[in-house]
Design a binder for this molecule. Structure first.
Ligand SMILES: Nc1ncnc2c1ncn2[C@@H]1O[C@H](COP(=O)(O)OP(=O)(O)OP(=O)(O)O)[C@@H](O)[C@H]1O
Ligand SMILES: [Mg+2]
Length: 277
């Protein structure tokens, strides 16, 4: 089972859009997927489900059993653990409880292929909880000159969690959201980032697309709301890359077809200064 956290300390940089689009895309390709909304804002919950109890806060605080906080979403094969503002309280927590999410998910009876976490902005206990339960971080960013600093921020947070709580955690992909391809700045941010993280697959590009901004109101993932849109195409590429990677891991292959190698799974979370041979 893959566990992918969509994270960034910065707010409003496409985490929820990426979490929902990736989770729905994998589910529509036949995977059994669970989306865990770890953000008290509940944006992912409202997009593909409803803010209902019992939710993640009820499981974290021991009021309900983990299997009971899973709800169906509007997408076939995609289940949801919803969030609500009550999650704020569950986030004020001590170290042993930081592992509660991981332990709860490990005890689930449904055999999910992939669990996707929609992380909150900032670097509080809820982000720590999600990264303690995840294996891979997909960091989202907007392609500005500050992108690199933001990516390094999540690497620092992840590095601490890897050292203290979760030795399986690693940065796996960078996703640039809201890219206006004609702007030179985007290309510069893209080139600088790829050069700084040579052990990762090249950053994914999700173009600015109004249909992505409209999809939450329609309560549909982009793949169903506007299947021909740039948003659906761009997230389709991300979904295919993730599926391909999963198949290669299962087959024991060490070479990624998008031109990267097994070095995308480096021994440490951060970026080595040069590619791993
Ligand atoms: N590629 C895109 N094109 C157009 N609009 C987008 C795109 N990606 C995200 N948006 C819009 O940008 C806003 C922020 O996106 P999103 O909610 O996914 O970010 P976030 O990182 O989850 O925010 P937060 O930190 O508040 O949780 C939303 O209104 C969303 O609809
Ligand atoms: Mg969000």
């Amino acid at each position: 089972m893959r566990r992918i956290a969509i994270a960034s300390e910065k707010g409003g940089v496409g985490k929820t859009t990426t979490a929902v689009s990736l989770a729905a895309g994998l589910a529509l390709q036949g995977q059994r997927v669970l989306l865990v909304d770890v953000d008290p804002q509940g944006s992912a919950t409202r997009w593909i489900g409803n803010i209902v109890r019992p939710d993640l806060s009820d499981a974290l605080q021991g009021r309900h059993e983990w299997n009971r906080v899973i709800h169906p979403s509007v997408v076939p094969n995609l289940d949801l653990i919803p969030a609500s503002p009550h999650l704020e309280d569950a986030g004020r927590t001590s170290t042993p409880q930081l592992e509660r999410l991981r332990r709860g998910l490990e005890a689930l009876t449904t055999p999910y292929d992939t669990i996707v976490f929609d992380c909150p902005p900032g670097s509080g206990a809820l982000l720590t909880m999600a990264l303690t339960a995840a294996h891979e971080i997909f960091v989202t960013s907007e392609p500005t000159p500050l992108a690199l600093a933001g990516i390094r921020g999540i690497i620092r947070v992840g590095g601490r969690i890897r050292a203290d709580l979760n030795c399986d955690l690693h940065l796996a992909r960078i996703v640039f959201c809201r890219v206006q391809s004609r702007r030179k700045l985007s290309q510069m941010a893209f080139d600088t980032t790829n050069a700084s993280f040579p052990h990762l697959p090249p950053a994914h590009i999700i173009r600015e697309n109004v249909r992505l901004a409209e999809a939450p109101k329609a309560k549909q993932p982009i793949q169903l709301f506007a299947p021909k849109s740039h948003g659906a195409q761009d997230y389709g590429q991300l979904v295919r890359a993730v599926l391909r990677e999963g198949q290669m891991r299962e087959a024991g292959s060490r070479t990624d077809t998008d031109g990267t190698s097994a070095a995308a799974y480096p021994p440490a979370i951060g970026a080595p200064t040069r590619p791993v041979a």
